[in-house]
Design a protein around this ligand. Structure first.
Ligand code: ADP
Ligand code: MG
Length: 361
């Protein structure tokens, strides 16, 4: 752990990236009303960058002179941080770049990382502007800790880096279908869930994972040779069978598969209560076909307080893993990484413990 701002102040301090379109479109108002004052009072020099389009933040951090910045702070939803992480990993100097401390301030409709960071302080849950205040306070304290990154390989050969979640089935569908309701903020997920429940469906696919307890020396992936970006030493090529110490899930009919890398799926869904930013774990949940609508709704209601595993629901399975592979068999659909839609098809993922740095408690 360390404090991100240096003893001798450099001229620019913190790069603050704001997506004016995120959430209800109020991120600029949050900046003007709260964030600017907080940073000024804490004597943290910063420069504001307003994103003008999708991938603007990604392009900005890919070409930025990072020696100028003590930290990159995102005032938006999780989608903008996803761009920043992947922009950093695309750089020639990625190994150094990904060590830049990252801060999150909730300004979007999906503020899962902000809610997670607050949860890790063990304070009681807060929402909306109180969550912004809490995250702003952590930012001003400036304590930096490690953040796991999960590499996600798609069938095209593309590779993404995720800090939050991989979803397929019900959760992924809700995530994308509810984009049209971003005007109602975090409520969009509740409305989306109710609509999806009405047209509940089953998703066919094959799921396999490496249980956390089957792998010894889990830190071996933290350091990597300079020529390859965080090599996936736990994975076999997608066209080959998974390694023998993996678990193959017998069921092939699911309602959802959700891999969580932080505690919160959204501001008010505590999907993985025990998760921590640098626990080196994939918290894998799946719900098998046959669950009733009522039982599924009950699970999501319980998830608001993180008690869904206490429901005694036989269709819900939770396992801790280091890697996973998912091969959808049903017709093209939706898959999301950190709430953003990605190419549909077979995917596999592996955790890289503490590969990035996060301003948190
Ligand atoms: P939300 O939680 O509201 O979805 P995000 O931070 O996830 O907020 O942002 C949603 C999407 O908006 C991201 O995919 C991002 O690339 C995109 N984006 C960023 N800046 C802009 C902009 N100026 N106009 C439109 N979209 C943008
Ligand atoms: Mg988003």
């Amino acid at each position: 752990h360390g404090v991100f701002f240096s003893e001798v102040r450099r001229p620019c301090g913190v790069m603050v990236l704001v997506n004016p379109q995120s959430g209800r479109g109020q991120a600029m108002a949050l900046y003007n009303g709260h964030v600017q004052r907080m940073l000024t009072e804490a004597d943290i020099p910063h420069t504001l960058f307003i994103t003008e389009r999708q991938n603007h933040a990604r392009d900005l951090v890919r070409s930025a002179d990072l020696t100028q910045w003590d930290a990159l702070v995102i005032l938006s939803g999780d989608g903008l941080l996803f761009e920043v992480v992947n922009g950093l990993m695309e750089r020639q100097d990625w190994e150094k770049a990904i060590q830049t401390p990252l801060g999150i301030l909730p300004g979007g409709s999906g503020n899962a990382l902000a809610a997670s960071v607050h949860h890790y302080t063990r304070a009681s849950p807060v929402w909306g502007e109180d969550l912004l205040t809490s995250c702003g306070f952590l930012l001003c304290k400036g304590v930096v800790s490690k953040l796991d990154l999960i590499s996600i390989s798609l069938s095209s050969g593309a590779r993404l880096f995720s800090f939050l979640s991989l979803a397929w089935g019900f959760v992924a569908d809700v995530d994308i279908e509810s984009e049209q309701f971003r005007q109602i903020g975090a409520l969009r997920f509740i409305l989306g869930t109710l609509l999806r429940l009405a047209s509940l469906r089953i998703y066919q696919g094959k799921l396999a994972f490496l249980p956390a307890e089957n792998e010894c020396g889990s830190d071996s992936a933290s350091f990597s040779p300079a020529d390859s970006r965080l090599p996936d030493h736990l994975l076999a090529p997608l066209e080959q069978p998974v390694p023998r110490n993996w678990t193959l899930v017998e069921e092939q009919e699911f309602v959802l598969v959700l891999a969580m890398f932080q505690s919160h799926l959204s501001e008010d869904l505590l999907a993985a209560p025990d998760a921590r930013a640098d626990d080196g774990l994939i918290h894998l949940f799946y719900v098998t076909a046959g669950i009733s609508r009522v039982a599924l709704l009950q699970l999501f209601r319980a998830m608001q307080s993180g008690t869904h595993l206490d429901c005694g629901c036989a269709h819900l399975v939770y396992r801790r893993a280091r890697a996973l592979r998912l091969e959808p068999l049903s017709a093209p659909g939706v898959m999301t990484v950190d709430g953003e839609r990605v190419e549909y098809g077979p995917v596999q993922a592996q955790v890289h413990r503490g590969a990035a740095r996060l301003i948190s408690a």
